[in-house]
Ligand binder design. Structure first.
Ligand code: 3HC
Ligand code: NAI
Length: 696
């Protein structure tokens, strides 16, 4: 055995040389890995005793891609194409032995072997698009030569991996083996014994020749993904590369791929998406809770309340095989809650996103009950009753008397004080907030709210549990609205103000939609229901919202809100009557009517949020600026290609952002415009905002 670099070594087994990568955690293609593979191939080719070469990896996976942390830094070591050329042009057969995930650059390297074998659990894909990139080491040119343009388009624009069976059927791998290393060695020996040809994927022509006869497929494909990829640059560039594979010869196609890759990798969208990749992983880490903190063993779950949130929360647990007891206050509410859950599952099965037999299997994991006593043995109980503090306090006092001593007690409150709720029990250390987002079975975000007394064990258990139920958890502290809703309130204040000055709800919504959000604040209010928290008896026509409710406008649910909704299609149309009502209200308040520009709408919606984010950091409510971005991207649809509010502020320049905040504060007033204390620290230190941690 000889060391080729800090992460690659060479072993000889008979006539086969093994180039073995060992670069934990995911064998990313760091510069020393590229150097090691290159040296290993060169050494094996030069060694007369060696007749074939195997490339394989130690640890949990084959090469999972380029080392993302190297992008944007000065290049070191040999470029990847040089490594690939050494493999592809080797006069001795090169076999890749694959386990785990062969992703991105890792898959591109494997594609330069003459043969590929993999274990049955291996997965293959091009996730670059999720980083705002495209496969930049020949993937867009070799892939369609094997699978054809249609499948290649799907793989590179979705970024989703395929399994070994599918890869074998597509010809992307040559054999499924039991052990990636032994299987690859056996295949290499056979290649020598049988004199198998040195197959180069770049030389395959039949698939791209056939695709040349169907040029219309590219625009059809563009149209099919347009809605999902709105605002993103990378999907279109990926398509252009596959087009190039069909239209140009291999080398010209590679040149096009490299040109487009360079443009993406130096652009803001990819920088934002790469930042997000690490931000999401960072959010899982809690600095003051040691990684080895013992966790509770969660095998069963209780949910109190089967309304909008309780039902969705229960589904999350059933979806991963954890039995749930769901308790309601009366039979009608319980029946309704269960019927909504069933309908959700049935709809997924009808769409094909859930195997039909899973509907009954998952329903069978959910036990309905009217008796909270049934929570006695639950490992975790999540409360999702109405948002009323006294109700929640009495519920928690009751849970305290029912639940076993080592149960985890969670509240799904969206804004109430978790410390006050926890204080209604004799075990506040066991109480935590689990703030799911609606629809709770769909939205990825979970704000985990740590109370003053919540124990490390409860925090560690909740963060791990979140991962188990496929949520992206962000740990936050107690304040009104936590991180997400607290910032949302600020946007709401300015949106409400601007429509009284002359902007229309449709204009505000359009600006926010064009920025990349799925919808604007007024469309969102219509969707949630305008009458949340509204009571006819106490309504005094003192806000636009009260006026709307008083005139029978409840939002989408009754087809009339800030917009009118087509009863069939639910398409929203701006309502002149509502616009007039808002104008009259503004004039009645003595507010001068004027044209509000789109640029002002954007500033006034988003900058108070950034300012609030800075205050949240000042107060230690979020651990890091990047956690705030993770919240907004996963909970509210902030476009990931701008990186989230804090990263976005950096792209504008913190100085420019703060100048505007100060200027709006002077012009408009309001606490939400008062500049955060953090600004002077960030300005003085020159630290990028998105890298700030609380307490900085
Ligand atoms: N580069 C650098 N670090 C990486 C990395 C990469 N490609 N992939 C993962 N990591 C790091 C993570 O940041 C994390 O670090 P941490 O422990 O310090 O937080 C650690 O590896 C483990 O990652 P995960 O927590 O994500 O581990 P999982 O087991 O859940 O998932 C995985 C493993 C499926 C490989 C997942 O990490 C993944 O999807 N990685 C990214 C793969 C990717 O995007 N590859 C393409 C890169 S771009 C490219 O190849 C360009 C080329 O075309 C030229
Ligand atoms: P909902 O009104 O749809 O459901 C509440 C359910 O709790 C009802 O079915 C009701 O019958 C039941 N309930 C009330 N008192 C009960 C009791 N004493 N025992 C058993 N069941 C009882 O309300 P929703 O929207 O599900 O909200 C629940 C909680 O989740 C609230 O705290 C809310 O703030 C929070 N939340 C709501 C979100 C949303 O978008 N709807 C988002 C995130 C959190």
């Amino acid at each position: 055995m000889s060391e080729l670099s800090e992460s690659v070594h060479l072993e000889k087994r008979g006539e086969v040389a093994l180039v073995i990568v060992d670069n934990p955690p995911v064998n990313a293609l760091s510069h020393h890995v590229r150097q090691g593979i290159l040296d290993g191939i060169d050494a094996a080719v030069a060694d007369d005793e060696v007749k074939a070469i195997v490339l394989t990896c130690r640890g949990r996976t084959f090469i999972a891609g380029a080392d993302i942390s190297e992008f944007g830094k000065p290049p070191q070591g040999p470029p990847l194409p040089q490594v690939q050329a050494a493999m592809e042009n080797s006069p001795k057969p090169v076999v890749a032995g694959i386990h785990g995930t062969a992703l991105g650059g890792g898959f591109e390297v494997a594609m330069c072997a003459h043969y590929r074998v993999a274990v049955g659990s291996a997965r293959f894909g091009f996730p670059e698009v999720k980083l705002g990139l495209l496969p930049g080491a020949g993937g867009t040119q070799r892939l369609p030569r094997v699978v054809g343009a249609a499948k290649a388009l799907k793989m590179v624009t979705s970024g989703d991996p395929i399994g070994a069976d599918e890869a074998l059927a597509d010809g992307l791998i040559d054999e499924i083996v039991v052990d990636h290393e032994a299987g690859a060695v056996a295949f290499a020996e056979r290649a020598v014994a049988e004199g198998l040809p040195l197959k180069r994927l770049r030389d395959l022509e039949d698939k791209v020749t056939a695709d040349r006869a169907n040029p219309g497929q590219f625009d059809e494909f563009r149209a099919s993904i347009a809605r999902k990829t709105r605002g993103f640059i990378a999907p279109e560039y990926n398509i252009q590369c596959i087009e190039a594979a069909v239209d140009l010869d291999f080398d010209a196609g590679i040149a096009r791929e490299q040109e487009l890759f360079r443009e993406l990798v130096t652009g803001t969208q990819s920088a934002a998406q790469r930042y997000y990749f690490f931000a999401e992983r960072e959010a899982a880490k809690v600095p003051d809770v040691p990684r080895d903190t013992p966790q509770l063993d969660i095998q069963t779950c209780g949910v109190l309340g089967a309304g909008t949130m309780g039902g969705g929360i229960a589904m999350n647990f059933a979806n991963v095989g954890i039995p749930v007891t769901i308790v309601e206050r009366d039979q009608a509410s319980l029946d309704h809650g269960l019927s909504v859950i069933r309908k959700n599952y049935e709809r997924s099965a009808a769409r094909g996103s859930l195997p039909a037999d899973q509907v009954e299997k998952r329903m069978a994991l959910i036990t309905p009950s009217l008796d909270r006593g049934d929570f006695a043995q639950s490992d975790i109980v999540i409360e999702a009753v109405f948002e009323e503090l006294e109700l929640k306090r009495s519920v928690f006092a009751d849970l305290d008397s029912i639940c076993k001593q080592d149960a985890l007690l969670a509240t799904n409150t969206s804004a109430l004080d978790v410390n006050v709720i926890a204080a209604s029990t004799a075990r506040p250390e066991s109480v935590i907030g689990m703030h799911f987002f609606s629809p709770a079975n769909v939205m990825k975000l979970l704000e985990v709210v740590r109370g003053d007394k919540t124990s490390d064990q409860i925090i560690a258990t909740t963060m791990a549990l979140a991962k188990r139920i496929n949520k992206i958890a962000v740990l936050v502290g107690v304040c009104h609205g936590f991180v997400g809703n607290r910032m949302l309130f600020m946007r709401g204040i300015e949106a409400d103000r601007m429509i009284l000055e002359g902007a229309t709800p449709a204009q505000v919504d359009r600006v926010i939609y064009d920025f990349g959000f799925p919808m604007g604040p007024f469309a969102m209010s219509d969707l949630a229901g305008l009458d949340i928290g509204w009571k006819e008896e106490t309504s005094t026509s003192s806000t636009v919202r009260e006026l709307m409710c008083e005139s029978g406008r409840r939002g989408q649910k009754n087809g009339r809100g800030y917009y009118t909704y087509d009863p069939e299609t639910r398409v929203a149309t701006p309502d002149p009557e509502v616009e007039q009502m808002i104008r009259d209200f503004g004039v009645g308040k003595g507010i001068e009517q004027r044209e509000v520009t789109d640029a002002e709408v954007l500033d006034r919606c988003l900058l108070p949020m950034v300012n609030e984010g800075a205050k949240i950091l000042d107060e230690g409510i979020a651990i890091r600026a990047s956690d705030i971005d993770v919240v907004w991207i996963n909970g509210y649809g902030w476009p990931v290609y701008t990186g989230g509010p804090m990263f976005w502020a950096d792209t504008l320049g913190v100085d420019a952002v703060v100048d505007k905040i100060e200027s709006y504060h002077a012009d408009l007033g309001g606490d939400h415009w008062a500049p955060a204390a953090l600004w002077s620290k960030v300005r003085d230190s020159g630290t990028p905002l998105h890298t700030v941690t609380s307490g900085t």
